[in-house]
Design a protein around this ligand. Structure first.
Ligand code: SAM
Length: 223
């Protein structure tokens, strides 16, 4: 009953403020057509990320975990013409489908997808001297704490760091959960809490997707 209500309200929100255009609908269809798991964020969450990108005047965005480019498109649409979004993806099929979807959305010049494991690609970004205004962590869950540490290294005061799936239907309440994804996000949440250089919170999320949570942190101007 509650899930039905959450889904109906999600639909209400999407109809009002997070309508998908043809490019976003085609991206959703491409996920099914290519037998890719339907694990992208919801439309409401996509619009939320777009609002966050505008709020921090993002010119450069980093994403960990592209899938088919759904969240990528929502965020890239917040960028100015000379903006840039780099998205890291491990699976070649996901990167290929995402490249097509992003090009179809007219964002081919703004978005760069890098193929490989995020933990290998992040040091390369650092070596290349990249600094990002917004970082969205949405790849594999066990190394979330390490991703957060890299995110800090690729940030400046004011950078917004957002991480998805950090509550996992409340399983984080069970200490030492058998699922390494749960343990991974719990380790991330605890690191977030003790990191003095950011101001952070975690928002519980319900809706079409299962009960979960998004962590939001801003890198402090002064520590
Ligand atoms: N952000 C996407 C969206 O909302 O449209 C969803 C991303 S999905 C939850 C996670 C993605 O991370 C998958 O495409 C998966 O292949 C990718 N991934 C998993 N492990 C990875 C790794 N070690 N490095 C980079 N990407 C990884």
């Amino acid at each position: 009953m509650e899930q039905q209500l959450f889904e109906a309200v999600d639909q209400y929100i999407c109809n009002l403020v997070a309508q998908e255009d043809e490019a976003l609908q085609a991206t959703v269809e491409s996920i099914t057509n290519n037998n890719i798991p339907q694990i992208s964020i919801s439309a409401g969450q996509g619009k939320f990320l777009q609002v966050m990108a505008r709020l921090c005047n993002a010119k450069k965005i980093l994403e960990l975990g592209t899938l088919a480019g759904y969240s990528t498109i929502w965020m890239a649409r917040a960028l100015p013409k000379d903006g840039k979004l780099i998205s890291l993806e491990y699976e070649a099929l996901h990167a290929k489908v995402a490249t097509e979807n992003i090009s179809h959305a007219g964002l081919g010049d703004v978005v760069e997808i890098r193929l490989g494991s995020a933990i290998d690609l992040l040091p390369v970004l650092k070596q290349e001297g990249h600094v990002f205004d917004m970082i969205f962590i949405d790849a594999d869950k066990p190394p979330y704490a390490e991703y957060f540490q890299w995110a800090l290294q690729l940030s400046h005061p004011g950078t917004l760091i957002i991480a998805d799936n950090v509550i996992r239907e409340g399983k984080v309440l069970e200490s030492d959960h058998e699922d390494e994804r749960v343990r991974g996000v719990d380790r991330f949440n605890r690191l977030l809490a003790e990191t003095k250089s950011v101001t952070a919170s975690i928002i519980q999320t319900v809706g079409a997707k299962e009960h979960d949570g998004m962590a939001i942190a801003v890198v402090n101007q002064h520590i």
